[in-house]
Design a protein around this ligand. Structure first.
Ligand code: ASP
Length: 326
């Protein structure tokens, strides 16, 4: 009898626990974007957040926590309660490049965060201010060589995607330009359009609207196939800088220790956002590549991060020096 009562009590406790877990989210969810508003990571995060709000039944509110190449925002999520109410839209720069470049990073992206899923692959594109008198990569390379001392390029800080893309391009040409750092490439793009900075290598999602509007020039997509949103823009191999490829993939994380049912709930909301025709169409129109089904979920993201860290370490070390977070 005693055993029976005990078993019943345990069963009740387990179901109460499960109820508490399935009650997620119990209040609005914050999705941290580790860069300034208006940039590519922000735009993608807002598309997901809006749709995920519907699935989760609570508002998913984007909060921009910019600074130190995105590491401030990532640290903020790593330190938050692991209850699913604070999430991160991270990318290759914050999760991989920062790990390779900084010797005093305040997080380890593999052990201080709970991976939820890869959400988008985003190739970079090399763009210049409209007034730069170049129409091809050959002309761009020549212009940079001849005007090296006065040319500047924009980034979201050392270790950001735009910094890595910028370093790949300079290394392919054999020049060193002045870097101008911003809190994200949203503000950097404004300065490129205004002609205050000369060039940038950034996520294609940030550049497509401006290229279509004719406010900046597109030189090459940093990938090995043309992007359907910019069919006239050559690949790196076609342009003459084969191998300078860069995919700034985006992925959603929570703080380490987020319970499995919460990870599942967030993943379900991500999947539903990616199944939504309007969200899909917008992401594809901006030049994003939707992840294949087998690349989604926590286990696949964990594997992807290990592979990316191994793959990028020698490449990044060959073009950029290790540094210290200020
Ligand atoms: N595109 C930026 C980067 O270079 C970040 C951003 O503003 O989204 O990493």
């Amino acid at each position: 009898m005693r055993t029976l009562i005990l078993a019943a009590a345990v069963a009740m406790a387990v179901s109460a626990g499960a109820d508490a877990q399935t009650a997620y989210p119990s209040r609005p969810v914050t999705m941290v974007v580790p860069f300034a508003a208006g940039g590519p990571t922000d735009v993608v995060a807002r598309l997901f957040a809006q749709n995920m709000s519907r699935t989760l039944g609570q508002q998913v509110v984007v909060e921009n926590v910019a600074g130190a190449a995105g590491s401030l925002g990532v640290s903020r999520v790593a330190r938050a309660a692991p209850d699913g109410h604070t999430l991160l839209m991270g990318h290759m720069g914050t999760q991989i490049a920062n790990m390779i470049l900084y010797d005093n990073l305040t997080y380890d992206s593999r052990t201080d965060l709970e991976p939820v899923s890869l959400v988008l692959n985003v190739s970079q594109v090399l763009v210049t201010k409209k007034a730069m008198p170049v129409d091809s990569f050959a002309q761009f390379a020549d212009f940079l060589k001849r005007n090296q001392a006065t040319i500047s390029y924009a980034t979201a800080g050392v270790g950001s995607g735009s910094h890595i893309g910028g370093m790949l391009v300079q290394s392919a040409i054999g020049v060193k330009n002045e870097m101008i750092g911003y809190r994200g490439t949203g503000p950097a793009m404004n300065d490129l359009v205004a002609g205050h900075v000369d060039w940038m290598a950034d996520q294609i999602t940030n550049a497509v609207p401006q290229i279509r509007a004719g406010t900046i020039r597109a030189i090459a997509v940093l990938g090995d196939r043309r992007n359907p949103s910019l069919p006239d823009v050559p690949t790196t191999a076609e342009a003459g800088m084969a191998g300078a490829n860069s995919n700034i993939w985006h992925a959603v994380y929570g703080p380490k220790g987020m319970p499995a049912p919460v990870v599942e709930a967030v993943l379900k909301a991500v999947r539903e956002a990616l199944a939504d025709e309007t969200v899909k169409a917008r992401l594809v129109d901006l030049g994003g590549d939707l992840p294949p089904a087998e690349a989604m979920g926590p286990a696949a993201l964990r594997r992807h991060m290990d592979e990316e860290l191994a793959r990028w370490t020698p490449i990044i070390r060959s073009v950029a020096e290790k540094t210290t977070l200020q």
